[in-house]
Design a protein around this ligand. Structure first.
Ligand code: B16
Ligand code: MG
Length: 217
């Protein structure tokens, strides 16, 4: 029986990748190299410091740990300028309706995101109250595909991992869900996320009834 749904944030509930892109691109330009939209795809679902390492690898540059921390901080300051202005209209289509349906059905709802800015984003889109538990970049020590973020979510909700469903847009996130022994739903295209238990393009038209019909439990 399904007990809970766990949601990734960026790429599932909102599209913050476009703001991450602007901020990382600005840093790359300052360092003297170009950072493309295609490069940005590699940063989805990846932690802030890991993202910086990928960016510096693209630029063929190396820096000390204190220098990298300062760069990550600078990037985040610019990123926060954008997410501070986010509005509820930026919630991806169908998400709020689906969350409401889950609530009505008595199914637990948790957030499982790598982002340290997750609480602020949920505040801005006015969805904080919809989540019974929040696990984000501030409360985990292992990045996806490690299952920590989702296992902590299940623990906070007091439910069994095998009765949980994870919604994720990143490959590492689907792997994390599978490592947690949870049912995985990929948000995106079949080609990239085909190894998930189920793949849907988004939440528009998706219902709890449709989800239940796919579940093996
Ligand atoms: P922050 P998710 C992830 O969010 C983003 O996809 C990824 O691009 C970002 O680097 C990471 O959060 C950390 O974000 O710098 O705000 O802590 O997809 O796990 O919700
Ligand atoms: Mg994501």
């Amino acid at each position: 029986m399904i007990e809970a749904c766990l949601f990734d944030l960026d790429g599932v509930v909102v599209d913050t990748a476009k703001y991450h892109f602007i901020a990382w691109k600005a840093l790359a330009e300052e360092l003297g190299f170009e950072f493309t939209l295609e490069d940005n795809e590699r940063l989805k679902g990846v932690s802030r410091m890991q993202s910086l390492d990928i960016l510096l690898e693209i630029g063929g540059l190396q820096f000390s740990e204190p220098e990298k921390l300062a760069m990550a901080e600078k990037k985040n300051t610019l990123y926060v300028c954008y997410i501070e202005k986010m509005t509820p209209e930026e919630t991806l289509p169908g998400v709020e309706k689906f969350l409401q349906e889950l609530r009505n059905a008595g199914i637990g709802i948790a957030l499982g995101s790598a982002s340290k800015n997750a609480p602020m984003i949920l505040e801005r889109i006015q969805l904080s109250g919809m989540f019974d538990a929040i696990v984000d970049g501030n409360s985990i020590s292992e990045a996806k595909p490690n299952p920590e973020v989702f296992l902590k979510g299940a623990e906070k909700l007091g439910v069994l991992p095998e009765n949980c469903v994870v919604f994720e847009d990143a490959i590492a996130g689907i792997e994390a869900a599978q490592n947690a022994n949870m049912y995985s739903v990929g948000i995106g295209d079949q080609e990239t996320l085909g190894f998930a238990d189920l793949v849907i393009p988004g939440f528009e038209g998706f219902t709890v009834e449709k989800l239940k019909a796919c579940l093996p439990f």
